[in-house]
Design a protein around this ligand. Structure first.
Ligand SMILES: [Mg+2]
Length: 422
């Protein structure tokens, strides 16, 4: 059978981020934020719409959608606040937006123009702090600590900054000032549109407490669902759980959640959001057609990925195998399990199956990769009929993870990958 054309390879957490997450997890107290820091998060209001309105002032105050026509296939890239009242939001199919608000004005996007305006905004920001980090086309963090002598108190500086942007560009924007990035970002969101919110030092937890958990950056649909199942809907409720409890439920992500609920900072740079997929791949030194070698490598990759999965307290449902042949043709094959898993043996069996079914034996292989996606929190549902067997497997897996942590990854491998060691 011919393999299907290559699919976009799922991205995993950047290696550096993971390294630092692991490094810091050992000594979380070393990452406390100094109390006198002033972080400003600046976010342009409905940026693409606002840029379009510069040339169409007649559309001000009307429901405007940027992204294309309502009979086109694409998605909304921005919606004015008036359009949002109808339930329209970015990433929604244009057709849905058209149905929700048939009298909305639909405009095409002009990305070149947006990045020019973004540059103009960035150059204004640079006048207020030497440390500016643009995190997207319409959003930036500024470190205003130590700028008092030049610009006055950071709150006054922030107010002046927003006025300068509006005067010089005509574009509306909002900002949040706080001691941490996370709190500053939530504050700017609460300030919208055309607002400025300052969360004074020591007020972070109180400011965040009444908000729904989804307002916390990095908490997506998957985490929200898991937290709701535990009866946790607000940040206050999340903050009432101990670090140990959250780590037991969510692994490393639990540590991040614990800090996030308190407006904590350092950590959310490291594990910023729930992972979308976990992947590992390996390029052979020399293209190969040695089947036992390839199969033991596959076992090794799959075990590495599974270990990360368990560390994050996750299970996976979709398993994707990548095969790249000599000459760089790349093929992926995926299988979705009836139930998500985090067990080495089950996951490896699927990868092995995919490999045996889809590898073209006439071609030499350059790279093999495995990816785990459709992730969800918590261990898998125990299959009651097989509870005894699963329990054994889970115990074995945990013991193996423990030994790997202690002695390095290569000390423990299950069956298939032993050959690589000899
Ligand atoms: Mg924005």
């Amino acid at each position: 059978m011919l393999p299907a054309p290559s699919q976009p390879y799922p991205t995993s957490m950047p290696d550096l981020a993971r390294f630092r997450a692991k490094h810091d997890a050992a000594s979380p107290d070393a990452t406390e934020t100094p109390t006198r820091s002033f972080i400003l998060h600046v976010d342009m209001d409905a940026f693409f719409v606002s840029v379009e309105l510069l040339g169409r002032p007649d559309l001000r105050g009307k429901p405007v959608v940027v992204g294309g026509r309502p009979d086109q296939r694409g998605v909304v890239s921005a919606a004015s606040y008036e359009a949002r009242k109808y339930g329209i939001h970015s990433a929604m199919p244009l057709r849905t937006a058209g149905r929700l608000c048939p009298h909305a004005i639909f405009l095409d996007g002009h990305h070149q123009k947006y990045s020019e305006w973004s540059d103009r905004v960035a150059s204004i920001l640079a006048k207020f702090s030497p440390i500016v980090e643009m995190v997207s086309i319409d959003e930036a963090y500024l470190d205003l600590s130590g700028t008092e002598r030049l610009h006055g108190h950071p709150f006054a500086a922030a107010d002046k900054l927003l006025r300068t942007i509006t005067q010089q560009t005509g574009l509306p924007c909002s900002a949040g000032l706080a001691t941490t990035r996370l709190t500053a970002k939530v504050a700017s969101d609460q300030a919208k549109p055309r607002g400025l919110v300052w969360v004074a030092p020591g007020m972070e937890a109180r400011f965040l407490a009444p908000l729904p958990i989804r307002k916390i950056p990095g908490i997506g649909e998957v985490t929200e669902r898991s937290l709701r199942a535990l009866g946790i809907e607000t940040v206050e409720q999340l903050a009432s759980h101990t670090q140990e409890k959250l780590e037991k439920l969510f692994g490393q992500w639990g540590t991040a959640l614990y800090r996030k609920a308190r407006g904590g900072d350092a950590y959310e740079f490291l594990i910023d959001a729930e992972p979308k997929s976990i992947s590992h791949n390996h390029t052979f030194g020399e293209d190969t057609s040695d089947v036992p070698e390839m199969e033991s490598l596959l076992s090794h990759l799959s075990q590495k990925a599974c270990k990360r999965l368990r560390e994050a307290g996750l299970s996976a449902r979709t398993l994707t195998l990548t095969i790249r042949y000599a000459g760089f043709d790349t093929y992926t094959r995926a299988k979705t399990l009836p139930e998500s898993s985090q067990l080495d043996s089950e996951i490896f069996a699927v990868f092995l199956d995919l490999f045996r079914q889809h590898r073209d034996p006439k071609r030499k292989v350059r790279l093999l990769g495995v990816a785990l996606s459709q992730l969800s929190h918590g261990g898998q549902q125990l299959d009651l009929l097989e509870a005894g067997r699963r329990e054994k497997l889970e115990k074995l897996t945990k013991a193996a993870d423990h030994l790997r942590d202690k002695f390095g990854f290569t000390s423990i491998r299950f069956g298939g990958s032993l050959r690589r060691e000899d």
